[in-house]
Ligand binder design. Structure first.
Ligand code: PLP
Length: 354
């Protein structure tokens, strides 16, 4: 892939690493590439970060043909820049796009584009422990046409945002979760297995209600029976029952998290039994009553591992591990972040040098 690079003449000053937060700052450049039915993918370029023009009739604004990814670049303790499982992220976009009738660049091109942008904006990869450069590849329909059919023109672009430690250095903080029984994140047969912006639009209403009621996020149940647990907020869900780690099986209503896959692999390395199977609210309640519900946590790129301290239903609250982070969640968090910084052995070949 031939990438034209035009560098900014007005570089921004970089924010202090202690004040990064999440998604507030953006690096000096972005990657972009366009698709048209006749030319295919073309015009790969790195250009100064900034607004770009899109036709107001573009499909992305009207019919929601939009998807994204989220991965991270790290500066190791050795000063080497590395991406965490970039191929798995690129392959997930490729796997999800056909559900929205969208074309993607090849997985190799998407990984190359991530590397090229990180090279140009290498100074934007923060160094402090827990920080990283968050990469946000995005795919949108750009053709200006109001007829309802898949667009003929698309843009794939990547922006980069230096982000701080999710937990701000104070250690893993368990969250309080509302079990949502009305709104559904993704129905069977829907877009749930694709990282489509539409799934996030569908999730905001319940998340806002939960926040107003004093919770951090919601636990999503399946759209048919409202009895099976699916995901927690924008993360995959795990529960440790006795010595068995359980996570719902992948389906068209569950996003195949790269962190989920990593947690399954590392838990097996630790000798745990991992089951990918249906898990009902009833089973969670029964396990809690018997004192066997040891841990519940979410997994995702942003937080890595997010322990759940409380699961609240109408009229009942399950307190988990006395509201403290569990030992397994902590161990998995330390292991993944250690591999990402190059401090622990990368036994599964997950890190890719930029
Ligand atoms: C992105 C996402 C996840 C987590 O995926 P990772 O690859 O681990 O970051 C889980 N659930 C949903 C709904 C998501 O959008």
């Amino acid at each position: 892939m031939d990438i034209q690079i035009s560098k900014t003449t007005t570089p921004k000053s970089r924010p202090p690493e202690s004040e990064l937060g999440f998604g507030r700052f953006f690096s000096d450049h972005l990657f972009a590439m366009d698709f048209s039915a006749d030319k295919g993918w073309h015009d790969a370029r790195i250009q100064p970060y900034g607004p770009f023009q899109v036709d107001p009739a573009a499909g992305v604004f009207h019919y929601g043909q939009a998807m994204f990814e989220g991965s991270k670049a790290f500066c190791g303790d050795d000063g080497v820049l590395r991406l965490f499982r970039p191929m798995a992220h690129a392959e997930r976009m490729m796997a999800g796009a056909p559900r929205l009738c969208m074309p993607t660049p090849s997985a190799e091109q998407m990984v190359e584009a991530c590397k090229a942008l990180v090279r140009v904006d290498a100074d934007w990869v923060p160094k402090a422990s827990g920080t990283s450069l968050y990469l946000r590849p995005t795919l949108i329909a750009t053709e200006g046409f109001l007829g309802v059919r898949p667009a003929n023109e698309y843009r794939y672009f990547i922006i980069a945002s230096p982000v701080g430690s999710y937990y701000g250095g104070s250690g893993l903080k368990p969250v309080r979760i509302w079990v949502e029984t009305v709104d559904v994140r993704a129905p069977r047969g829907g877009l749930g297995a694709a990282k489509a912006g539409a799934n996030y639009a569908a999730s905001l209403h319940a998340a806002v209600k939960a926040k107003k009621a004093g919770f951090d996020q919601v636990l999503w149940l399946d759209g048919q029976t409202h009895e099976l647990v699916e995901e927690v907020g924008t993360m995959n869900l795990f529960a440790l029952l006795g010595n068995t780690l359980i996570t719902p099986p992948l389906s068209d209503s569950i996003l195949a998290g790269v962190t989920r896959d990593s947690v399954i692999t590392l838990s097996k390395d630790l000798g745990l039994t991992v089951e990918q199977r249906a898990l009902s609210v009833k089973e969670l309640r029964a396990a809690h009553a018997k004192g066997e519900l040891r841990e519940v946590f979410g997994t995702g790129t942003a937080a890595v591992v997010s322990p759940v301290g409380e699961l609240a239903f109408a009229g009942e609250t399950l307190r988990i591990n006395d509201g403290a982070p569990g030992a397994l969640g902590l161990k998995l968090y330390e292991t993944i972040t250690g591999i990402q910084r190059g401090a622990l052995k990368d036994a599964h070949g997950w890190m890719v040098t930029v």
